[in-house]
Design a protein. Sequence first.
Length: 146
Amino acid sequence: MYTVEEFDENKTKVMSYILYKKRTEYEVRKKFVSTIEEDMLDDIIEYVKEAGYINDSEYVKKLFNEYMNLKSMSIREMKKKVYAKGVYVDYIEEYISENKEALEEYELESIKKIVDKKKRTMEPQKLMAYLLNRGFDPDIISKIKR
């Protein structure tokens, strides 16, 4: 067991880490697993989740929106990057299913941007392979060719 002082001290460290930049539960666990005993870390994480400082579902929304605003990525590529943050697949799949139309529209626009940028320097077959390698949906790619 641990004292209230130890809990508060470690909670402050965790809160500083979270407030600097939004984090997932997985990222917090990974960062503090070697410095905070497991029971205390579980309690601290539960505390910050209840207080709303860690919310993996909201984190998924934020990350997808960030990627959509800053980059030209496929849904699959974004999904892979979000999953790498340690978010449960259920949260990712839920977000994708709830926002399927918007994500497909975004993916179509991303393909258009990439095609406009690369069509002068790449042959059509290589461009198609490039898009497929980036994880874009072949059905959506084919919409561009029409």
